[in-house]
Every structure is written in structure tokens, then in C-alpha cells.
Design a binder for this molecule. Structure first.
Ligand SMILES: [Zn+2]
Length: 170
């Protein structure tokens, strides 16, 4: 029954996009020594993520003495954070949509609020880049809510384009 639910389709799409991002990076080879990159995935389950795909797709340079590790961009994981990007985007403004309000500690939300205040500041590198993609007269706020509206969230098909947008430069 889970296999055909809208949620599992959503998570499956996130995984497919992550896999494409992984392959794009892999074909480029090592940025330091140009040697081929090997797969170096590891298990990590961000909170708020479907159980089926806990793998963090990751790469490692094949050349002994270099072994540079690379983390491809991801719609499911967000850097080293325990929570996935989509949770981070939505939790501040839309905790009820995630059903996470009881689990998320006050401390975590405070930290995320701080994170967004920095990223969404008028002078931040992210907002300088984002300006050209946002409608004229877009009002900068301290939370992702207004950006989510640009993507017509909470329409179901708004989530993936919105995450792709954030994944690019955040
Ligand atoms: Zn290398």
C-alpha cells in the first residue's frame, strides 16, 4: 500500500533527483587530480525522511594520496544537518504540514530561525543570487514562507521545484 501512496512517490522522486546529481558530479572526476571518482555512500537517516532511502550518496577520489571526498548536492540531505532540506525549508513556517511540531525541540527551531535569518538577509550571497529568480518586488522576510509562496506551496507539485531552487545555492 505504501508503494503507490503520494508520499512514497514524492520520496522516490527525491531519490531519483539525488542520484542524477550524484552521477553529474561523478562524471566530472576529481576536482584536484582529475582521477576517477568512486562511490563512497554511507548510511545516514535524516529526520523526516522515508525509511527506504537512508543512503547518503557520496564520492571519493580513487587515487592513493588524494582520496578527496565529495558530497553531491542533495534534495534529501542538507549538508551535515540531521534534518533533510525539505524539513528545514518547511518546518519554520509550516510545521503542521510536516506533522513534526511535537518532535521538534524548541532549541532546534530557534537554530533554524537563525539559519534562515542569515540566508535570507538582503545582502547574503544566496539572496543576491535568488533575486533574479524571484518576482519583481519580492518582499524579503526572515523565513522561507514568501519563497514557498512563489512556488505556490502547498500545492503538491510545488515541493520538488522549490527544493531544487534552494539546493542550488543555499
Ligand atoms: Zn583526486
Amino acid at each position: 500500500m505504501k508503494q503507490t501512496s503520494p508520499d512514497s512517490i514524492f520520496f522516490e522522486s527525491l531519490y531519483q533527483i539525488d542520484y542524477d546529481l550524484f552521477l553529474q558530479l561523478k562524471t566530472k572526476g576529481c576536482p584536484l587530480c582529475h582521477a576517477p571518482l568512486d562511490t563512497a555512500n554511507y548510511n545516514r537517516k535524516p529526520r523526516g525522511l522515508d525509511e527506504k532511502h537512508p543512503l547518503r550518496l557520496s564520492l571519493c577520489c580513487r587515487r592513493e594520496g588524494c582520496r578527496k571526498r565529495l558530497l553531491p548536492a542533495s534534495l534529501r540531505f542538507f549538508g551535515q544537518k540531521v534534518y533533510s532540506l525539505w524539513v528545514l525549508v518547511l518546518a519554520i513556517d509550516f510545521p503542521e504540514q510536516l506533522g513534526l511540531s511535537k518532535e521538534i525541540l524548541r532549541q532546534t527551531l530557534t537554530r533554524w530561525r537563525f539559519f534562515w535569518q542569515e540566508r535570507l538577509a538582503e545582502t547574503s550571497p544566496f539572496m543576491k543570487w535568488a533575486r533574479s529568480f524571484l518576482p519583481p518586488g519580492y518582499c524579503v522576510t526572515k523565513t522561507p514562507k514568501n519563497i514557498a509562496r512563489v512556488f505556490q506551496f502547498p500545492a503538491r507539485d510545488s515541493l520538488i521545484p522549490m527544493l531544487k531552487f534552494f539546493t542550488q545555492r543555499l
